[in-house]
Write a protein that binds this ligand. Structure first.
Ligand code: AMP
Length: 281
């Protein structure tokens, strides 16, 4: 497996593999600290495409000034081993200066979606995400790019961006990978103390409750959100950021769940902000 540090190397490799060798390229953008959730994306890409590239870049523009950019886990050697074991041919691990050359002034803002959901409490977050993913997709020109449903609002933002910019990459969304007890895997789970790890189950528990209620026929937003809030009420130390029932394409709240509606939660467990969601059937 090769490790590239520059956009020029990634672009050159991608062009050779796609044009001369007639291969397809699957791309998996990540911030590293890879876990089984990331591995599932890499495996999906390897199953679909002849070549797989994984980017590992802790993107400064998607972190707010008081967020965890400086202490975000950076484990490049272990990440490369995991990526290779699951079928990656290339890891792209650029420096901040490579992705944001001196004087960089160009950003991608997906108006209307960027300020919803996580964008409400993490102002500027989706602008940073859209900007870095646009740069990666323009550099690599992959046939497909793989994202986790775990970051469902991010998926909506990126689908809109790819459609608006007429990028040729197909967005593929992979299911949320969970621990046996239901906790969604996240690079930020390592921040949790043992007590917080137990409290963090409130997020997935609330979603199970909502899924059961919706399956029983009550699909009203008020009822579903109230049911989730009751589950959170059992763990008063957790601070809810949002609990929302939204259209997955527009991220606008809806009154009634239909198949494909997104129910999403975000909450602070101690100092760690966690997210989780379910797509209602
Ligand atoms: P990150 O490194 O947190 O930026 O995540 C990189 C990609 O992995 C994103 O598309 C995430 O949605 C995806 N991802 C993160 N956690 C999970 C998970 N538990 N299951 C599936 N995909 C995930």
């Amino acid at each position: 497996m090769e490790i590239f540090r520059t956009v020029a190397e990634l672009r050159q490799w991608s062009r050779v593999e796609r044009k001369q060798a007639q291969g397809t390229l699957g791309f998996v953008p990540t911030m590293g600290a890879l876990h089984a959730g990331h591995a599932s994306l890499i495996r999906a890409a390897a199953a679909d495409c002849t070549n797989v590239a994984v980017s590992i870049f802790v993107n400064p523009t998607q972190f707010g000034p008081h967020e965890d950019y400086a202490r975000y886990p950076r484990t490049l050697d272990a990440d490369c081993a995991l990526a290779e074991a699951h079928g990656a041919h290339v890891v792209f691990a650029p420096s901040v200066e490579e992705m944001y050359p001196a004087g960089a002034a160009t950003f991608v803002d997906v108006e209307g979606l960027s300020e919803r959901m996580d964008g409400q409490s993490r102002h500027g977050h989706f602008r940073g995400v859209a900007t870095v993913v646009a740069k990666l997709l323009i550099a690599a020109e992959p046939d497909r790019a793989y994202f986790g449903q775990k970051d469902a609002a991010q998926v909506a933002v990126l689908r809109r961006m790819v459609a608006d910019l007429r990028l040729s990459t197909e967005i593929v969304v992979c299911p949320i990978v969970r621990e046996a007890d239901g906790l969604a895997l996240s690079s930020r789970n390592i921040y949790l103390s043992a007590a917080e790890r137990a409290q963090a189950l409130t997020l997935s528990r609330s979603l199970s409750k909502v899924e059961a209620l919706a399956a029983s026929g009550d699909r009203r937003a008020d009822a579903l959100i109230a049911a989730a809030r009751r589950v959170f009420a059992a763990e008063p130390t957790i601070r809810i950021d949002y609990i929302e029932l939204v259209d997955w394409a527009t991220l606008k709240p809806v009154e009634t769940a239909v198949p494909g509606t997104l129910f999403a939660v975000a909450a602070w467990v101690g100092a760690t902000r966690l997210i989780d969601n379910t797509i209602l059937g």
